[in-house]
Ligand binder design. Structure first.
Ligand SMILES: Nc1ncnc2c1ncn2[C@@H]1O[C@H](COP(=O)(O)OP(=O)(O)OP(=O)(O)O)[C@@H](O)[C@H]1O
Length: 277
């Protein structure tokens, strides 16, 4: 496996996926092995990006860490404990919005606390503070359809972070956004994360985004039976500004090195799905 630097962290492991094999039962009763023998640890406070060809199994790995699916083999540990059922220490941000259309921004952000038993007035005051932190302090009365895609993502971030999850699981969270808004959201995410570091598993198909944001970039092979084939430490200084860091020579060197591995897998991935013939 490609590895720029062997790294043993002293921080506790927020997530430890050990030799995971994940298989799906198909309609014709055959079994499709999406991921085979994948091991990955995320230290507490560490930001790990997972990159790989389309359909390789990135979301599958994330869903295993979320407790949304049960591996055929291997174990999932969260802060040293075997995961049984849903991972309730994690906050999950998907590509698609998870906002209730009939609730205002403020109500959408407050709902997690309210459901957990926080008195309504307190939950809403806290939600107002989070709306300000994501730059939408004056948008509390707006419904989701009155917001741009980037604004909805900010609400989504506030909705997850207000509950102070100990781990963040993010699946292409900025996928549908335009390039500029992605960068702005990347900066916002880094700012919020730096203030209160959690372990992050961040799935993206965008290698530049991965290098700009993460402490480590992990590369998956093309599926089926995808594996982790590379693990790079990203030694770029923090705080980072996503647009600026992409101009850095060290960024380009890392990009070239990682892309040399990823490119072959991307081509295999396309070939397997008939994409590029
Ligand atoms: N419930 C399921 N049943 C059968 N196959 C599945 C199921 N979920 C995922 N797969 C298959 O497992 C493989 C991995 O899917 P996954 O969504 O994890 O990939 P991904 O790397 O996140 O893809 P993308 O980058 O396109 O979002 C794919 O081949 C997919 O078709």
């Amino acid at each position: 496996m490609q590895q720029a630097a062997a790294r043993e962290s002293a921080a506790p492991r927020a997530v430890h996926l050990d030799d995971l094999t994940i298989a799906f039962r198909l309609a014709d009763r055959s079994t499709f092995t999406a991921v085979r023998d994948a091991s990955l640890s995320v230290a507490d406070g560490e930001f790990v990006a997972i990159v790989g060809p389309t359909g390789c199994g990135k979301s599958t790995l994330l869903n295993a860490a979320a407790g949304l699916l049960t591996p055929a083999a291997g174990t999932v540990e969260i802060f040293g404990q075997p995961l049984a059922g849903l991972n309730r220490t994690a906050g999950y941000l998907f590509q698609a919005d998870a906002l209730f259309p009939w609730k205002t921004s403020l109500e959408n952000v407050a709902i997690g606390l309210e459901v957990a038993g926080t008195p309504k007035a307190e939950a809403r005051a806290e939600a107002a503070r989070w709306l300000s932190r994501v730059g939408l302090g004056t948008f509390g009365d707006r419904y989701p359809h009155m917001l741009s895609g980037g604004q909805r993502k900010r609400i989504g971030l506030a909705q997850v972070l207000i509950r102070h999850p100990k781990i963040l699981l993010m699946d292409e969270p900025f996928g549908p956004l335009d390039a500029q808004t992605r960068q702005i959201m990347g900066n916002l995410l880094l700012e919020l994360w730096s203030a209160d570091r959690k372990g992050v598993m961040f799935v993206t198909h965008d290698l530049e985004e991965a290098i700009a944001l993460a402490d480590r970039v992990v590369i998956m092979s093309a599926g089926p039976a995808a594996r982790i084939i590379g693990d790079w430490t990203i030694p770029l200084a923090r705080p980072r500004e996503v647009a600026e860091i992409k101009l850095d020579k060290a960024f380009h060197d890392l990009h070239r090195e990682i892309w040399a591995v990823l490119r072959d897998e991307v081509m295999k991935g396309y070939a397997q799905t008939g994409g590029l013939g």
